[in-house]
Design a protein around this ligand. Structure first.
Ligand SMILES: [Fe+2]
Ligand SMILES: [Fe+2]
Length: 345
């Protein structure tokens, strides 16, 4: 017997839906998209004129065009932003459940304090702010130059799960309570762990200096046909992914190198740290240069190339691989080279 006419109205009133009528169209997946530094730099430098932004965060968030209306992330799980701090400014102390990282682009005259440890931030350095860690940033004022970095947070993931919380510190800054180099000493250069250190933390307020991470790539003896000389920033506590929600990597494309294509279930935010290159996504070529940021959607074919025949190109990247693995959905497929049929950006 067919359902009566009022059935679906009554269903809607009950906040329920008929599974047999469900729409198979997936939620809009993130698009491959590139934010060129040439366009972004004037926009963030223009925001420097707004003095009132000093205490909070003078930061431009990068929203994937597919998510624009919903205010979503750069990819589904992560949001990248470009932040500028002026000489003498303090970005006041707060903490949030969302995990954050900073990758320093321009300037070496600011420091951050994470859970009482002061860390100087220099170009190419990576600083981790684990979930619920107090953090504030300050420009030393020793130069007249603004400092710029990229922030990435797992806020879209935390928002989806409904676990977003945020708290302001009662003062503008938190006191420095730990000696210089506290975390580096605690992990013995990533090789040793103190007997007192069997604490169940999942991430540390790590700093990875550019000379160490890029130095590791220059010293590496192996490379991947899909990523060039690529290494993940290791979590020294677990020897696993960098953070519970993010895997962070640095990859070196040697002069003239052009990788084969692959695709995987995890999505990636890339940041061109050095050089000029291109990434072909589903047959569309994106040309990138230093400080460009681009989004790679899940399960899309991609291959990378260095556009120079005599200098390295280096990509810093963040993916949601740890989350995709945790839910048992990590998958990868290997391919060859794609036919280029168009461009992006
Ligand atoms: Fe923050
Ligand atoms: Fe990949």
């Amino acid at each position: 017997m067919p359902l009566d006419d009022g059935y679906y109205d009554r269903l809607e009133q009950a906040n329920a839906a008929a599974h047999w009528l469900r729409d198979f169209t997936p939620r809009p997946a993130p698009e491959p998209y590139i934010w060129h530094w040439e366009q972004m730099e004037p926009l963030i430098r223009e925001a420097a004129a707004e003095e009132a932004l000093g205490g909070e965060r003078r930061s431009l968030t990068l929203h994937n065009p597919a998510h624009k209306r919903g205010g979503g992330g750069t990819i589904c799980s992560l949001i990248a932003a470009i932040q500028l701090i002026k000489p003498g400014e303090v970005a006041t102390a707060h903490r949030h459940t969302a995990t954050a990282i900073r990758f320093i682009m321009i300037g070496s005259t600011a420091h951050t304090v994470v859970n009482g440890e002061k860390v100087q931030m220099e170009e190419g350095d990576l600083v981790l702010t684990p979930s619920w860690a107090w953090h504030d940033h300050a420009h030393s004022g020793f130069t007249n130059d603004d400092m710029i970095w990229m922030d990435v947070l797992d806020a879209p993931l935390a928002g989806y799960l409904g676990v977003q919380r945020r708290e302001m510190y009662p003062e503008d800054t938190q006191p420095v309570t730990k000696p210089d180099g506290f975390t580096a000493a605690r992990i013995g250069g990533g090789l040793m762990r103190g007997f007192t250190d069997a604490r169940p933390e999942r991430a540390l307020a790590m700093i990875y200096k550019w000379e160490d991470s890029y130095g590791a790539l220059l010293n590496a003896k192996e490379s991947s046909p899909f990523d060039g000389v690529a290494m993940e920033y290791l979590n020294p506590l677990t020897a696993g992914h960098t953070l519970p929600s993010m895997s962070l990597s640095l990859q070196r494309l040697r002069p003239g190198e052009h990788t084969r294509a692959h695709r995987h279930a995890h999505s990636v935010v890339y940041h061109a740290a050095q050089g000029d290159g291109f990434t072909i996504v589903e047959g569309r070529r994106m040309d990138w240069t230093k400080f460009d940021i681009f989004a790679l959607p899940p399960w899309t074919w991609h291959e990378h190339g260095n556009a120079s025949e005599d200098t390295d190109a280096v990509l810093f990247s963040l993916s949601d691989l740890p989350v995709v693995e945790a839910v048992g959905m990590a998958e990868e497929e290997e391919g060859e080279y794609q036919e280029v049929v168009g461009t992006i950006g």
